[in-house]
Design a protein around this ligand. Structure first.
Ligand code: SF4
Length: 390
């Protein structure tokens, strides 16, 4: 069977900057969208030369791989003209062997119109990943989001009418002003709209966002004082686990739930260490042998591609040791866990002893040769990963 490959396209543009956002995205004039799309298409079409020039080696087994998943993320790629999105998908089709099983577009609710939804569907997009974040307008406002609850209610029927068969909602636990009650309310409204897939993220507190930086250093501008505590966030996560299970969702990865058959084919590649190629500014790639990322700055990326050079910022060979570590901390993100016997065979090392202490502390559990995070300990998964890497 041919090797499967995922393609990620990064569109690093947004309408405004959300206060909690730590991604490399920018608010730019719409006049910059078309040159950016041209650069991405040029990167896809000229990838062999670009890679050779940048020191990226594509393993033989990947040369004829079949692209079965495409994920257009951001940023807010739904801001682009649908014709731009269609062109990028067509260029992928012209330059790879394809058997598209899942083509996802990240979209913000306020950017959706009936015309756009129909054009997306006609371009082959069958899955929309929706940045809902909360159904509470106060929380959306405090986080600097452009949309409100009613935009989500307006957009979902438009997507369904256009024939989008899979909708995923993102929620964030930890927004300023969020309470036990408002979190529950968001979960209930989410269930009412019947998405096929749900992702729940905990607010990340770091210097990379304005809110994160205010939490760390103090200040009054971004409502840092109204951010729930870590314990409250963990409680929200646990409430979501119970709620979503009762609502018929299968919890398949720490942050992801799906109705049966709607697990994200593309994102599963990340946790299974399957290959993917990323195109666009800041896009990451993994060939099985190397990992690399393109330069984050969109203008620098467009300029470099224009001069026939791919600006690769981080290119590293995946050593046997790092591959093994990835097997553990990426694999354990899946609720099924990892097959310890299979990994031991593949890498020729004993990893069983690494789990002994975690097992006696009740943090992981075992079934046959499989080890997984204990379902009641998912909110402390990071502690398990730290312990495992010691
Ligand atoms: S829409 Fe997403 S990528 Fe854009 S600023 Fe907000 S969180 Fe960041």
């Amino acid at each position: 069977m041919s090797r499967r490959l995922g393609i990620y396209v990064q569109v690093p543009f947004c309408q405004t900057k959300c206060t909690y956002c730590n991604f490399h995205t920018g608010v730019v004039s719409a006049a910059r969208f078309a040159p950016y799309v041209d650069a991405v298409c040029a990167e896809i079409a000229g990838r062999r030369e670009f890679y050779a020039d940048a020191g990226v080696e594509i393993p033989e087994a990947l040369a004829g791989a079949v692209v079965d998943s495409v994920y257009i993320g951001g940023g807010t790629p739904s801001l682009l003209d649908p014709a731009h999105l269609r062109r990028m998908i067509e260029v992928i089709g012209e330059n790879f062997v394809t058997d598209f099983r899942e083509v996802t577009l990240e979209a913000d609710p306020e950017t959706i119109t009936a015309e756009k939804a129909a054009a997306w569907r006609a371009a082959g997009i069958g899955r929309i990943s929706f940045g809902v974040q909360s159904f509470c307008d106060e929380e959306l406002k405090a986080a600097g989001r452009m949309h409100r609850r009613e935009d989500v209610y307006r957009a979902v029927p438009l997507l369904r009418e256009a024939g989008i068969e899979s909708i995923s909602f993102d929620l964030i636990a930890g927004l300023p002003g969020q309470t036990r009650e408002s979190w529950r309310e968001s979960l209930e409204q989410l269930a009412e709209l019947r998405p096929e897939h749900v992702s729940i993220y905990l607010l990340e507190v770091d210097e990379g966002s304005r809110l994160g930086s205010e939490i760390l250093r103090g200040g009054l501008r971004y409502s840092a004082a109204r951010v729930p505590t870590e314990d409250e966030m963990a409680e929200f996560y646990e409430t979501a686990c119970e709620f979503l299970e009762r609502a018929g969702f299968h919890h398949y990865e720490i942050s992801n739930w799906a109705r049966p058959g709607f697990e994200s084919r593309h994102n599963l590649k990340y946790w299974r260490r399957e290959p993917y190629l990323g195109f666009g500014a800041g896009a990451h790639s993994f060939s099985g042998k190397q990992r690399w990322a393109n330069a984050h700055d969109a203008a620098a990326y467009v300029a470099a591609i224009g001069t026939g050079r791919l600006p690769v910022e981080q290119l590293e060979a995946v050593t046997r040791e790092s591959a093994l570590e990835e097997e553990l901390f990426l694999g354990l993100r899946k609720l099924d866990g990892i097959d310890v016997a299979q990994i031991e065979r593949q890498y020729g090392v004993a990893i069983e002893p690494r789990f002994e202490r975690l097992m006696s502390a009740g943090l992981v559990e075992r079934e046959g040769s499989w080890v997984r995070l204990a379902p009641s300990k998912l909110s402390v998964a990071n502690e398990v990963f730290v312990e495992l890497m010691k």
